[in-house]
Design a protein around this ligand. Structure first.
Ligand code: ATP
Ligand code: MG
Length: 418
């Protein structure tokens, strides 16, 4: 993609009312647009990152048998009444609206109820189970807090998955596979070493749950960890009983700030009983389906990566989710040869399957480098009169600042093999 074609521009200052580092950098670099507090639009660069993260999650969900769907944002009141979750006292993030024709709808903040109800059309016998579905869906939540940029949106992209099993044993098999799939996701986006699975006691609607918490200074949550022993404890369950059961003392634990990037729930059969989702077992008896639900905050994860991977010059994307792999910075020249060389390199890289953002703009070198640092693409390749004379391109690794002088084939080779 040519940068002259990109309608977004970088800016020196973030909006005054934006207090979070992730949104400040993402807005300044042109990844997102702030519509209002907690509500962000995703622009060409930002959408590419969202799609990269989604693709990693999609691959891992498909591996464990998930089938992708998209449910609706408008939801029926009566379904949530059946499970006692329509009330604003119980769920404090509801957006709701009156229908002109009469009646009320809710805007999807989660999808357990509609999906369980829908499954009544497809589940009748034990032979129909297990089923695992997932979606990438824009959730709407009337969140009060809006200090974390895209990490806490009123509108945000979540991957939510739902499992339907014949009983606890099958459910547990999938639940554990899901934990492993999530670990692979967090490894692949580059935060695996800082992500911990913590046990959370069940709320009013779940038997129990696990959270995936990633260390980040600006995180809203607190957990207690011991890396050597591989122990991580949620603040809410940190007590003498938990410590004793894990055979650890409080002073062996380090308190860290974290962000919850994923959350998985075991619902047992409660939800199916409330919504009348039953199957017939091999004796012909009606049995409620065992349900689980599994969330990953796609846009929260994007914000977290910016919080963790940035410096005073801008964002430092990990390769796996960067909007482009190469930022080809063409330094303006009197000689037409530089443009020819840049075009040739652009074509060669593109044909080799490398995603390139080509800064072909009519701008000063200093401005281009500053923008390039801010946007944070992993490899910068400079084409200038100087590199032309040297016969090699100057390649700079964004994360380390290391510079290499490479020929076209050396560059392609390096990009292919990391
Ligand atoms: P939190 O405690 O942070 O409000 P939650 O328990 O409400 O999260 P879930 O309902 O389990 O979250 O949603 C699944 C995942 O969606 C969370 O683990 C998180 O990564 C993400 N998420 C939740 N709320 C938001 C939000 N307002 N903005 C962005 N991502 C969110
Ligand atoms: Mg919440």
């Amino acid at each position: 993609m040519k940068q002259s074609h990109l309608f977004t521009k970088t800016r020196k200052e973030a909006p005054k009312d934006e207090v979070s580092k992730n949104a400040q950098l993402l807005i300044r670099a042109g990844y997102v647009h702030k519509e209002m507090a907690g509500v962000y639009a995703y622009l060409p660069l930002g959408l590419r990152v969202v799609e990269k993260i989604k693709q990693i999650v999609r691959e891992e969900m498909d591996k464990i048998g998930g089938q992708e769907i998209i449910m609706t944002s408008l939801q029926r009141k009566e379904l949530w009444e059946k499970t006692k979750r329509w009330s604003d006292e119980v769920v404090d993030v509801w957006f709701k609206s009156e229908l002109k024709a009469g009646g009320e709808v809710g805007f999807g903040w989660s999808h357990e109820e509609p999906i369980a109800d829908m499954m009544k059309n497809y589940v009748s016998s034990y032979k129909d189970l297990p089923i695992v579905v997932y979606q990438f869906q824009t959730k709407l939540r009337n969140e009060l807090r809006a200090k974390s940029g895209i990490m806490r949106g009123k509108e945000f992209v979540m991957k939510d998955a739902y499992s339907f099993s014949v009983g606890e044993a099958d459910h547990t098999k999938f639940y554990n596979a899901s934990i492993e799939a999530y670990k692979r996701v967090f490894d692949r986006v580059g935060v695996g070493h800082d992500t911990f699975v913590t046990f959370a006691s069940g709320g009013a609607f779940t038997q129990f749950s696990h959270e995936f918490q990633t260390i980040v200074e600006t995180g809203e949550d607190t957990i207690y960890i011991n890396r050597e022993k591989g122990i991580a404890i949620n603040e809410e369950v940190l007590n003498d009983e938990t410590l004793a059961s894990l055979n650890i003392t409080r002073d062996e634990l380090e308190e860290v700030k974290t962000a919850e990037v994923g959350n998985i729930f075991n619902f047992g059969t409660q939800k199916s009983e409330d919504l009348e989702l039953y199957y017939k077992n091999d004796k012909g008896e009606n049995v409620p389906v065992w349900m689980g639900s599994y969330g990953i905050g796609i846009t929260r994860l994007m914000g977290l990566l910016v919080e963790k991977m940035s410096d005073d010059k801008g964002i430092v994307w990990p390769k796996e989710v960067a909007p482009f792999q190469v930022h080809l910075v063409e330094i303006k020249s009197e000689s037409p040869d530089v443009r020819v060389e840049a075009l040739e390199l652009y074509n060669t890289l593109t044909e080799a399957g490398v995603e390139v953002l080509w800064d072909d703009r009519d701008a000063r070198a200093g401005e281009k480098f500053a923008d390039s640092d801010l946007i944070g693409i992993p490899t910068r390749v400079v084409v200038s009169e100087k590199t032309l004379a040297a016969g090699k391109f100057e390649c700079v690794e964004r994360s380390t600042g290391r510079t290499f002088n490479l020929s076209t084939s050396e560059l392609v080779d390096q990009l292919r093999h990391g």
